[in-house]
Design a protein around this ligand. Structure first.
Ligand code: PLP
Length: 347
């Protein structure tokens, strides 16, 4: 069975519970100022490029990350570039090295490409074990680092990523998936791109920016690495973007105070939940992002079903940890509902 078919992602479309804390989405939509900009461009969306929207997006992200403009490429979400990166840099001769547990999408693509997938356990404190990752396959095509990691929410220090970049074989690529970075206080690996290293940074607007349904992501990398991801569609990606999302994302990126405010809101809801779990004696893995793993000490699938029956959709478990569920940090009201359901289930 392919990796993607083994996942239990919860309820099907249209059949969602009242409280949705299962898929690491944001509890609220894009910042109002970004929504307004997106709405304004809709009436000009008859054009592929009404103006300089795509360039403005690239310039904005490049300025924030300190890289040249030609090192930024927007995408409709980050799932598509993630698969392309695997296809570009993995093959039957060049494998993928990933942490376990981590986000599994690249595994499935690597399997499709006939590439060997090497899974390396996280460190005891749930970081990527970069030395063990290199030792496990010293000649891989791609080393995948998800930081903060999905599903543990834990950060891998940039110093560890730097070590991997300095010691990896020539020609292999380190992919740093920073989907959850804005929810943490972690540092980006983008400065490594600015230094010309073999690093690709992957970003999405589906998380803190509240744009999962609008499909916007970006890669930050040297143009030659981007070129290898674009072998079959050349430069046409810029006409393959949801324009209102590009405009929305551009405005969102510049909202420093709103980003911090949203992050603080999430941390307050997470602290509230952790305090409740501690009080109840339920084990969990401390997290730097908008998700965490809870250990029920019994099969997680059954507990997930109990929560669902109580109107709270929590996340799935990962194969190596059958007694743990991933829970997304929603609004304070969502987390209060989660704690209330927990109290009901645990009596
Ligand atoms: N990377 C990670 C680590 C994720 O968790 C997700 C989605 O949950 C993605 C990439 C893909 O997200 P999207 O295609 O919405 O950008």
């Amino acid at each position: 069975t392919p990796v993607w078919a083994q996942r239990n992602d919860g309820p099907e479309e249209g059949n969602f519970p009242k409280v949705r804390i299962g898929s690491n989405e944001c509890w609220t939509g894009p910042f109002p100022v970004a929504q307004a900009a997106a709405a304004k461009i809709v009436s000009h969306a008859n054009f592929y490029h009404p103006g300089t929207e795509v360039t403005d997006f690239k310039k904005t992200l490049a300025t924030i990350e300190g890289v040249p403009v030609d090192h930024v490429l927007p995408w409709p979400g980050s799932s598509d570039p993630l698969s392309r990166i695997v296809v570009a840099f993995c093959s039957p001769q060049k494998g993928l090295v990933t942490a376990d547990v981590s986000y599994e999408q690249p595994w499935g693509t690597a399997e499709w490409a006939g590439a060997k997938v090497t899974k390396v356990p996280l460190t005891p404190d749930y970081r990527h074990d970069v030395k063990a990752m290199l030792a496990a396959n010293p000649d891989a095509g791609l080393y995948y680092i998800c930081s903060p990691n999905n599903p543990t929410g834990t950060l891998t220090p940039v110093a560890d990523i730097e070590w991997l970049v300095a010691n990896k074989p020539a020609g292999s690529i380190v992919l740093v998936d920073e989907a959850y970075l804005h929810f943490s206080h972690g540092q980006s690996a983008a400065p490594l791109v600015a230094q010309g290293k073999d690093v690709i940074v992957l970003r999405t607007f589906s998380k803190l920016f509240g744009m999962a349904g609008m499909r916007l992501g970006a890669t930050i990398a040297r143009p030659d690495l981007h070129g290898r991801m674009m072998r079959y569609d050349g430069k046409r990606m810029s006409t393959n973007l949801p324009l209102p999302s590009v405009v929305c994302g551009t405005v969102a990126l510049t909202q420093k105070a709103l980003i911090e405010q949203r992050r603080a809101e999430m941390i307050a809801a997470r602290d509230f939940t952790f305090a409740h779990l501690t009080k109840r004696g339920v084990k969990f893995i401390p997290s730097d992002a908008n998700m965490f793993m809870v250990d029920w000490g019994k099969p997680a699938a059954g507990v997930q079903a109990q929560f669902l029956a109580a109107g709270v959709g929590i996340g799935r478990n990962w194969a190596p940890w059958p007694t743990m569920s991933r829970v997304t940090v929603g609004s304070m009201a969502d987390m209060q509902a989660f704690c209330a359901a927990l109290d009901k289930i645990m009596v």
